[in-house]
Write a protein that binds this ligand. Sequence first.
Ligand code: ADP
Ligand code: ADP
Length: 220
Amino acid sequence: IPVIEVKNLTKRYGSTAAVNGLTFTVRPGHVTGFLGPNGAGKSTTLRMILGLNDPTSGTVTVDGRGFRDRPRGLRHVGALLDAGDVHGGRSARAHLSALARSNGIPRDRVDEVLQEVGLTGAAGRRIGGYSLGMKQRLGIATALLGDPPVLLFDEPLNGLDPEGVLWVRGLFRRLAAEGRTVFVSSHLMSEMENTADQLVVIGRGELIAAESLAEFAARG
Ligand code: ADP
Ligand code: ADP
């Protein structure tokens, strides 16, 4: 069964539709890329899947449960959102510890994910002093913290060094191999090529394609 189901999803801000009648599904056990140019509506869609924004019309279900009756929190859906999101005054360890506490996640898990993303040495420093790549790693740690079955990553490769890119691709493949649903946005086809096996492609809030990467690449 598809874990994420988006049907006729529309989100309007005033008279503009950021997302306009989108329909697609994202299956577990794959890395699905969410490809589209800047402003296409990717972040808006991810925020609705996460349950942070409500749709103007249409539905998003995760495991068959809609916006109202869906369990929230990091143990259900984990996400790397815009790296600008986190308060810079706190350390990464304090930030993750607060999230663990409010989500009922054991404390030990904080050091585990810091290690997993390679931030152990920097865990006590202010997030405000982090490079973009380090902020991305922290966002990935946030997504992993609750060990969730569904993971969303908004432009995770932005700001990562080449070694970080290879690492994150391996991480996504491992998460998918564990049977999780992994949905990764990007505005660059080249980033998707060694990252995703399925693609959902959008433009101006509308669906352009939903197929395997190989099928999409063969379109010419
Ligand atoms: P992407 O993530 O693909 O770059 P977004 O989802 O961020 O695209 O944005 C899609 C469109 O919706 C853009 O035109 C953007 O300016 C607009 N938009 C997004 N969020 C808001 C908001 N809170 N208020 C008004 N317009 C918004
Ligand atoms: P805090 O204790 O730090 O205030 P919150 O629960 O208020 O924690 O959320 C902090 C940030 O986490 C918010 O900016 C929100 O956008 C983001 N967020 C909320 N739910 C999720 C999630 N499931 N995965 C990742 N980030 C999330």
